[in-house]
Design a protein around this ligand. Structure first.
Ligand SMILES: [Zn+2]
Ligand SMILES: [Zn+2]
Length: 124
């Protein structure tokens, strides 16, 4: 393991350990407890990027909350207002793995449907 990875892992475990001792290891999104360091992600209650004072919001400890990775991810997706992953989101420009898969499925189904149509209407 390289020193950078080791240091990151230590920090993660330390953060989790301290949050548990302070009884703040609760998911901001779903309210359930976070049970391991791998389940803990840091998120900003108020999105810092679009705020008036991004730097302040980013480093403001009161603006920090913990959440499960899946909850964090879902919340980020929900904010965008695009049903993702889906072929619709893909057409709107999303290129995440989920959307790519949906688009591949969509294309496959379309081909299959066309094939079905052709076989039902034999050329005379
Ligand atoms: Zn959660
Ligand atoms: Zn997507």
């Amino acid at each position: 393991m390289n020193p950078g990875t080791a240091a990151n892992r230590l920090k993660k475990h330390l953060l989790f350990n301290l949050s548990k001792r302070l009884d703040i290891n609760w998911c901001y999104q779903c309210g359930a407890s976070i049970e391991s360091a791998d389940e803990m992600t840091i998120e900003h209650k108020e999105p810092w990027l679009d705020s008036k004072n991004p730097k302040h919001n980013f480093f403001n400890i009161d603006n920090i909350a913990f959440s499960h990775p899946s909850c964090n991810y879902r919340a980020a997706r929900a904010k965008k207002g695009i049903p993702c992953p889906s072929s619709t989101a893909y057409r709107k420009g999303c290129r995440c793995d989920g959307c790519k898969k949906h688009m591949a499925e969509y294309r496959k189904n379309k081909k299959a449907r066309l094939k079905g149509l052709n076989s039902k209407q034999p050329k005379s």
